[in-house]
Design a protein around this ligand. Structure first.
Ligand code: FAD
Length: 400
């Protein structure tokens, strides 16, 4: 058999290859990645690794594990075309790879601003973090474009390194896409207290290199100068190859519950996959957990084994000494729900309630309570009366 070919050696692709072996798949497994290194975790790029560039990458597994598990890892190699009729992938060196099953795990790339400037960085890869860390050395100021998770992690890191940091966010508040308002407000207060200048409700009208650095003109006419700029304005799914292969793309590559496209031999996982959402619309999810669970789902479908139990969507961000976790419904939909604040040891917990059911939760330094909340959201059970009042949440009782 020609086995399984996986395009994209990131979190999802790497996890899929490893899971195939864990689950006993004995056929050939080929993992193709255009980055020069084996699969690594991206979350540390904007956290530990940016604080201290000497930090070693967090590899998915040690380099020798790939060969030891008989996974053919091809790094520094891009897939250029897929011929679904012939079940073949063409690589950038012209070689052809046959497949029985193909998995797209091509991830996403940073969205770009429409300005051609040299002193503008973004952050997606190990290579990016190295060049960003190099720019920060000797710099005094930085303009961060985008007040989402990546932008704010970069802002927190660089202000702690002593840079003067300005964040410009187009939305009326920070983290508008997926954080409940009170959590975003708490983070905004902390950034301000650390000396970060936060400018919301403004877009970048113009951006230009100058002799000394970079100059931005905002939509309100304000001019900001800095030594360099970093953009964290979202990502675009890497769908070009799938689209050219005639697969249905609607934002991401459209798949079913099994992560299977309309072609039964072809799957898509991770950031690039558009899955059936709860309301019937397709949805993409750009998190570490989603990369792992979609990899496991695709592998179960390929092996014909039962799908893993559903998990409540969950992600985290680290800024300063704050670990913030979000689970379930926490985005703009949560703003119309009832949000109840709880104390959680030294931290804070916000419950998003639909009647007496927990549908979402957000915690600031409340990791243990968040673990309980994730279970409660997944179970969808009704909370005992009283537990939904302020400061009455009892993770232990909820577990019992
Ligand atoms: P990726 O990890 O992007 O991997 C896709 C790979 O495919 C890439 O290496 C790409 O180069 C390669 N590729 C694309 N096209 C081709 C081709 N034609 N041929 C060969 N290779 C190709 N999530 C969290 O939950 N918590 C966090 O704290 C968090 N922090 C993050 C911080 C940063 C700086 C970044 C960038 C992301 C962070 N994320 C976080 C998101 C998380 O890392 C992603 O959701 C996850 O990496 C998605 O995995 P993926 O495999 O789908 O895509």
């Amino acid at each position: 058999s020609a086995g399984v070919v996986i395009i994209g050696a990131g979190q999802a692709g790497g996890r899929a290859a490893l899971t195939l072996r864990e689950k006993g798949y004995a056929g050939p497994v080929t993992l193709i990645g255009d980055e020069p290194v084996p699969p690594y975790e991206r979350p540390p790029l904007s956290k530990d690794m940016l604080i201290d560039p000497e930090t070693r990458p967090t590899w998915l597994v040690p380099a020798e594990a790939w060969a030891a598990q008989d996974i053919r890892l091809m790094t520094g190699r891009a897939a250029m075309a897929v011929d679904r009729a012939a079940r073949q992938v063409r690589l950038d060196d012209g070689s052809l790879l046959d497949y029985d099953r193909l998995i797209f795990a091509t991830g996403s790339r940073p969205r770009r601003l429409p300005f051609r400037v040299s002193r503008l960085a973004d952050l997606r890869t190990l290579g990016d973090v190295e060049s960003l860390a190099a720019r920060a050395v000797g710099a005094r100021s930085v303009l961060v474009i985008g007040g989402g998770v990546i932008g704010l992690e970069v802002a927190a890191t660089l202000v702690q390194k002593g840079l003067e940091v300005t964040v410009v966010e187009i939305g009326s508040r920070l983290l508008g896409r997926n954080f409940p308002a009170p959590v975003a407000a708490a983070l905004a207060r902390r950034h301000a207290a650390e000396g970060v200048t936060l400018l919301t409700g403004r877009r970048i009208r113009d951006l230009a290199d100058t002799a000394a650095g970079i100059r931005a003109v905002l939509s309100d006419g304000q001019v900001i100068t800095a030594d360099f700029a970093v953009a964290g304005i979202g990502v675009v799914p890497e769908t070009g190859l799938a689209q050219a292969a005639g697969l249905v793309v609607d934002d991401g590559i459209v798949v079913d519950q099994d992560m299977r496209t309309a072609d039964p031999a072809v799957f898509a996982i991770g950031d690039v996959a558009a899955q059936p959402g709860p309301d019937g619309r397709s949805l993409r999810c750009e998190t570490w957990q989603n990369a792992n669970i979609t990899a496991e789902r695709a592998v179960a479908a390929i092996l014909g084994s039962p799908l893993p139990a559903p998990e409540t969507p969950w992600f985290w961000t680290d800024q300063y000494d704050l670990n913030v976790q979000l689970a379930g419904v926490t985005g703009p939909e949560a703003d119309t729900a009832r949000i109840v604040e709880q104390r959680a040891g030294a931290g804070r917990l916000f419950l998003v309630l639909d009647g007496d059911r927990l549908i979402g939760a957000a915690g600031i330094n409340a990791g243990r309570d968040m673990a309980a909340c994730r279970r409660l959201i997944t179970a969808g059970i009704h909370l005992p009366p009283g537990m939904t009042a302020s400061d009455s949440f009892d993770a232990k009782a909820a577990r019992g």
